[in-house]
Ligand binder design. Structure first.
Ligand code: URA
Length: 264
């Protein structure tokens, strides 16, 4: 299997689209594979600034990104006396600010490289994350890992991953506003300390929280936003992609956009 086929398989987008006229290729490609072929077939040289984010995937020409300057978010300074990452972990582990402290098994602060250029922010820990104390280690996390690998992004070196809320909401319900507010200063400290060149908000909940917006994902994707003093892109939550695999081609475009933004 060649590299393109492997990447598409990892994204759940195989079989690989091939141009009509090649031996054994039907006249009409599968709609899903055809959608991704637009991005997968074109190759662009990797610019020098993304050298640390090794390119292993086919890279498409950048789709135009609209820069959303309409409602830039004001950076909120964190007010906690957090000196370093150990101090953050200790304070979150001892946190009793909201009801989630009563039901959690572990707090989930984050994982990856705290000096990475890319900060990925999800919603809240699920069952597996609550058990292991690490974000995105369940099925959605596996898909996220596959997407990052397909985009040539190393999840240990090139990214720091965390959530808006650090404790699991029981039954995976949406976090309540008071729970989000309780965690806001931890998240702000993480953003201020990682100082990423780009934030990626995974899914509606993280996007709405970080952008203070209620707009649908379809509107928020493909726009370069600014939130908490940093550029921010929005893409689908991997749990949504597990339920709606037909959207994976769009997610692939988003991750390509992430690479382009890091290269700019
Ligand atoms: N979903 C999230 O938003 N975060 C996790 O850590 C796991 C699943």
């Amino acid at each position: 299997m060649n590299r393109s086929a492997f990447v598409l398989q990892e994204m759940g987008l195989s079989p690989l689209w091939r141009p009509r006229g090649e031996p054994g290729v039907p006249n009409s490609p599968e709609p899903q594979a055809a959608a991704v072929a637009e991005t997968a077939a074109i190759t662009v040289a990797t610019p020098p600034r993304v050298a640390a984010v090794a390119s292993t995937a086919p890279v498409a020409a950048p789709a135009p990104v609209e820069v959303n300057e309409v409602a830039p978010q004001t950076k909120q300074p964190h007010t906690l006396p957090i000196q370093d990452w150990d101090s953050l972990h200790a304070q979150v582990a001892a946190c009793q600010r909201c009801e989630l402290a009563k039901t959690r098994h572990n707090v989930v602060v984050g994982r990856g490289n705290p000096t990475a250029r890319l900060l990925i922010i999800g919603e809240a820990p699920g069952e597996q994350e609550d058990r292991q104390g690490l974000p995105f280690v369940g099925k959605a996390g596996q898909l996220l890992e596959n997407m990052l690998a397909a985009a040539g992004i190393n999840s240990e070196q090139d990214v720091y991953i965390c959530n808006v809320v650090k404790c699991r909401p029981p039954g995976n319900r949406n976090p309540a506003p008071a729970e989000i507010a309780s965690c806001a200063s931890y998240l702000q400290w993480q953003i201020d300390t990682v100082k990423p060149d780009l934030i990626v908000a995974l899914g509606r909940f993280a996007a709405h929280t970080l952008l203070n917006s209620q707009a649908p994902i379809s509107t928020l994707r493909k726009q370069l936003h600014h939130a908490h003093g940093r550029p921010l892109l929005v893409t689908f939550h991997p749990a949504y992609l597990l339920r709606s695999p037909g959207e994976k081609a769009k997610a692939w475009q988003d991750w390509h956009q992430v690479k382009c933004q890091l290269a700019s």
